[in-house]
Design a protein. Structure first.
Length: 267
């Protein structure tokens, strides 16, 4: 993003999902206009398709033009950069991803998510070599990066110190399937919430949303919410932050309902 707005962004992964045509999009809503609709009910979307394949600059421009001016896209970076034995050799894949045309999103470009396989262990030297390859800017556009690490070996103060040194955020994954720790390593927060429940009309029990809203507001205001899993004690109060919360996985058919419910609780 070109400037820090210190807002709380709430969204889901993608906008094309067959079950959403029965419980999110209006009946008969044109498939070609699903992004237009979703972007007016949510405040951000995490794009998963960019993990699997490259897009054309015209595609990013189309996404930009179909969404409100204050909407934000988080992009999952190419799997070819992260699914490799030696991360230090990812430079060409990183460059190809960054230069495919994402700058067309302009001020709507949110954090870039670099997701690692659950089998990828923390190798301090190799991981630092990878972080050094991530560019701070794309032309005049500032870039923000977040890593989604999925092996327990990352749950160490050495990893936290490394990520903080390079000002790279770490995904807080609210899940029992992946390592879950809320230690902050950058000046923004990125959370992936994976506990939506198909039995709940809004995807989560009603009492969950006030707690989530309070947590997001504390992060935004520079504090650290109590009661979250951490490797180290909470950091002292800091400057206000941008916060990105995505309802991902779990009962995916309920993700938009959960995101909209949280947006209502945030006021």
């Amino acid at each position: 993003m070109s400037e820090t707005t210190n807002r709380i962004r709430v969204g889901v992964g993608g906008w094309t999902f067959e079950p959403w045509r029965d419980n999110f999009f209006p009946p008969g809503w044109p498939h070609a206009r699903e992004l237009e609709y979703a972007s007016r009910k949510l405040t951000a979307i995490e794009v998963n398709g960019t993990y699997y394949s490259s897009q054309k600059p015209a595609t990013f421009a189309k996404w930009r033009d179909e969404t409100p001016d204050d909407f934000v896209f988080s992009l999952k970076a190419s799997r070819f950069a992260t699914n490799r034995r030696v991360l230090a050799e990812a430079g060409e894949s990183i460059e190809r991803f960054v230069n495919q045309g994402i700058a067309e999103l302009a001020h709507k470009l949110g954090p870039i998510v670099w997701q690692f396989a659950p089998t990828k262990r923390f190798d301090p030297d190799d991981f630092e070599a990878f972080l050094k390859l991530l560019p701070d800017k794309l032309g005049a556009l500032a870039l923000r990066h977040v890593v989604d690490v999925r092996h327990d070996s990352f749950k160490t103060p050495e990893y936290l110190a490394l990520a903080r040194r390079h000002r790279i955020a770490t995904v807080f994954t609210d899940s029992d399937e992946y390592p879950s720790f809320a230690d902050l390593t950058a000046d923004f927060v990125y959370a992936r919430l994976m506990r939506t429940d198909a039995a709940q009309p809004e995807g989560c029990a009603p009492e969950i949303f006030p707690a989530l809203a309070a947590c997001a507001q504390a992060w935004r205001d520079g504090a650290e919410p109590a009661g979250l899993p951490r490797i180290e004690p909470a950091l002292p109060a800091a400057a206000p932050r941008d916060v990105f919360l995505y309802f991902i996985s779990g009962a995916k058919e309920k993700a938009p309902a959960a995101a909209m419910a949280l947006i209502r609780h945030l006021g």
